[in-house]
Design a protein around this ligand. Structure first.
Ligand code: G3I
Length: 460
């Protein structure tokens, strides 16, 4: 008689864009408009499918500083609160831009405009300090030929972009700082080269920059270039993350949507994809029907092509963790108060790969080594902290959402119940910490609790 082996369902294909992207440690986001949060079709889709949110207009300078020195965060906070209450992360957009400046800013020039830009960055970033995953610090500063756009900001001096980034780093050292632009997807295009040269120059001179956002508007006559992945790889090789930040595609071509998704999946530093709206009717280019849901909220063929590409990529296999230090690791010692989290099935420890302290680093199983990247402290507020200020963090609340480290922010996706039956459940999701297997490098995720040994851990 055969024995029926019930396999854990942890490797079942994910059913939403956010969960599918989370399998490889990425996010899938959307632009959200505050004015649509009262539309339940819209919020149902957005809340279900995505785990990153960009405010479509509400964090732009005209919205956040309508009068000089008087900041208004009512609409932006509406979006921030809606997203974070659902366990989503938020991408700030945008601090310094030639467009959507308030009237008072448009009329300034020279040193007073430069100071106004600095004050604006400080004012807005102070409000969101420690709360956002990314900020588009500077948006759309280049011409199509790769020269600088002749805006009022450019007229304050060619160094305005680096001043913006330096100001931003000081204002909030915890958030990743991005340059964001459109028509920089084709590697052989002048604008792409102009932006690339600026990032290379910034990196060589130590100007703080962490990421490049490629808007990926394949609308209005643009389409997916065959060298898109080369562009992503080339930017990433400068030492920055890349992200697809405002995706839309004329008539939602399935081949272009699948192709842009695959290009991101093929580049390890491509951290996520954001579409520029939920339904076609929500799009700034609604006549091109460029999004993943139709006006009635139905999934389009492009949705399926993106979901399938994300699911086909599945979980990544990280490279094994080097021991990091010199000499032999002590097998059981942990820093004061901290404990190891040891898998019951594997005997291995929950480990931050390469002792990385970067937000978004996904945790894995690895041979217990007594080092700081395996030392977790359970706090009275149910956080599991590592390195003092980083928390064990669920990148979403659905099945197969990644578990990573992230700056502690007090939110429910960073709170865990350590249960007497050995499971560790996410306060936000109610789901269990779960591993696919027992080997070194096995990634940790959250999954429906199933009572099996791959979901039991001990803290000691
Ligand atoms: O809300 C007002 C409404 O009260 C008024 O009656 C109406 C009259 O025109 O305007 C409405 O505001 C519009 C706003 O969108 C909200 O719909 C603005 O006029 C309009 O200019 C604004 O357009 C936004 C555009 O940025 C402005 O540059 C789009 O929604 C937004 O999708 C778009 O997003 C940009 C990214 O920030 C940067 N990359 C390109 C992308 C597409 O243009």
């Amino acid at each position: 008689m055969g024995v029926v082996v019930v396999m854990p369902e942890a490797n079942a294909a994910a059913g939403t864009l956010g969960a599918a992207a989370a399998q490889s440690g990425r996010y899938f986001g959307t632009a959200i408009a505050a004015g649509r949060l009262g539309d339940s079709t819209y919020t149902t889709i957005a809340g279900r499918e995505f785990n990153m949110v960009t405010a479509e207009n509400e964090m732009k300078p005209d919205a956040t500083e309508p009068q000089r020195g008087q900041f208004n965060f009512s609409s932006s906070d509406q979006i921030y609160n809606w997203a974070t209450q659902r366990g989503m992360k938020v991408r700030g957009h945008t601090l310094a831009w030639h467009a959507q400046q308030p009237g008072w800013m448009q009329s300034l020039s020279g040193s007073s405009l430069r100071q106004a830009m600095i004050d604006h960055i400080n004012g807005v970033m102070a409000h969101y300090k420690g709360k956002l995953a990314y900020w588009d610090v500077v948006n759309e500063a280049f011409n199509e030929d790769g020269s600088r756009r002749q805006s009022n900001l450019q007229a304050t001096g060619n160094d305005w972009i680096e001043v913006a980034f330096r100001t931003a780093r000081t204002a909030d050292p915890s958030v990743k700082l991005c340059y964001n632009d459109y028509n920089i997807e084709n590697w052989s295009y002048g604008k792409t080269q102009g932006v690339y040269n600026m990032i290379r120059d910034f990196k060589s001179r130590g100007v703080p920059i962490d990421c490049v956002g490629l808007q990926t508007h394949f609308t209005g006559g643009s389409s997916l270039p065959s060298n898109f992945q080369t562009t992503l790889t080339s930017f990433a090789s400068l030492g920055v993350d890349v992200a697809l930040t405002e995706v839309d595609v004329t008539n939602a071509s399935t081949t272009q949507y699948a192709g842009l998704t695959q290009a991101c999946l093929n580049v390890p530093r491509c951290v996520g994809i954001t579409v520029w709206g939920v339904r076609d009717s929500d799009s700034w280019r609604s006549s091109e029907n460029p999004l993943l849901f139709d006006g009635g909220g139905n999934k389009k063929a492009a949705y399926t092509s993106v979901l399938n590409a994300l699911n086909a990529a599945g979980p990544v296999t990280p490279s094994p963790t080097p021991s990091g230090g010199t000499g032999s690791p002590s097998p059981s010692a942990t820093p004061g108060g901290a404990k190891r989290i040891i898998g019951a099935q594997s005997g291995r420890c929950i480990d931050v790969p390469n002792a990385s302290q970067n937000n978004g680093t996904r945790v894995q199983l690895y041979d217990c080594n007594g080092q700081a990247n395996q030392a977790w402290t359970l706090t009275s507020s149910k956080q599991l902290t590592v390195y003092g200020s980083k928390c064990l963090d669920a990148a979403g609340s659905g099945n197969a959402s990644a578990v990573q480290i992230y700056s502690c922010n007090g939110q429910a996706n960073q709170q865990w119940n350590v249960n007497s039956n050995g499971t560790i459940t996410g306060v936000q999701s109610g789901r269990c910490l779960d591993v696919w297997g027992t080997g070194n490098g096995q990634q940790v995720q959250i999954y429906d609790c199933n009572g099996q040994a791959n979901q039991r851990f001990s803290l000691n």
